[in-house]
Design a protein around this ligand. Structure first.
Ligand SMILES: Nc1ncnc2c1ncn2[C@@H]1O[C@H](COP(=O)(O)OP(=O)(O)OP(=O)(O)O)[C@@H](O)[C@H]1O
Ligand SMILES: [Mg+2]
Length: 226
């Protein structure tokens, strides 16, 4: 699932709201902005990340929030490792915040590319968040089952997303994100069925997609959560 929108457009709020409802039993988050602490055990050391995950049994549930830190020059190898580990875990929900930090339009790290292309065979659910569709790698966008698009400011990004969603450019251009009223509008496209949905987060952060055009945007909560 691709989550796209300008800074402050409601991407992370929507995603966090969705995670609270989904309650994934196996969750791994790439959290460069230190904002997902409520969702699991925070790990900042890469060695600890490997050790914690290696100690888990095949049926164990876990929620791990990995924070790569402030030094972006280390992101490349850290993200490679993160993706390599994630690929080994069946039935995982992976969240990657600000993919543009670690991918570009012309370059997808090989292990990330493998996750995007083959994760489905491992019953994986992936969420990738980015402010700029133009800088996200095309393999990921091309393999999305759902695209959730919030307000964008850049003219080129608006055109790219209108074409990707298959909606008029004005529909994307007119999306509102208003912190004063707490209303953050979005358009979603189920890339498998072509269904379009639109809606808004309300002031309490809850989802209010219009039913007549709603798409089933998130998997149901997992049954085996304790
Ligand atoms: N828990 C919260 N309660 C109320 N408002 C919030 C909460 N979290 C974020 N906001 C506000 O909601 C708006 C959207 O925030 P959000 O974090 O979803 O933006 P974003 O699209 O993820 O931006 P960025 O790309 O900068 O991370 C912002 O105005 C923010 O100040
Ligand atoms: Mg965010």
């Amino acid at each position: 699932m691709g989550v796209i929108g300008a800074s402050g457009s409601g991407k992370s709020r929507w995603l966090k709201d969705g995670l609270r409802r989904m309650r994934p039993s196996r969750l791994l988050i790439w959290d460069p902005q230190d904002e997902y602490g409520e969702f699991g055990q925070v790990v900042t050391d890469t060695r600890e990340l490997v050790e914690v995950l290696a100690a888990l049994g095949p049926a164990d549930g876990f929620q791990i929030v990995y924070r790569p830190g402030d030094d972006m020059s280390t992101y490349r190898w850290k993200f490679d490792l993160f993706c390599e580990i994630a690929y080994q875990i069946e039935r995982l929900c992976v969240v990657v915040e600000e993919v543009a930090d670690v991918t570009s339009a012309s370059y997808a790290p090989p292990y990330w590319s493998r996750l995007s292309r083959k994760g489905r065979h491992r019953a994986m659910t992936m969420f990738a968040v980015t402010q700029r569709p133009a800088v996200i790698d095309k393999t990921f966008l091309g393999n999305c089952t759902l695209i959730h698009c919030c307000r964008l400011n850049d003219k080129n990004d608006i055109s790219v997303m209108a074409a990707t969603l298959g909606v008029p450019v004005d529909d994307v251009r007119n999306l509102k994100a208003d912190p004063d009223t707490g209303v953050f509008q979005f358009i979603e496209r189920n890339m498998q069925t072509g269904e379009i949905g639109c809606g808004a987060l309300d002031s309490r952060g809850s989802h209010s997609a219009r039913p007549e055009r709603n798409v089933s945007s998130l998997p149901a909560p997992e049954a085996n959560v304790t």
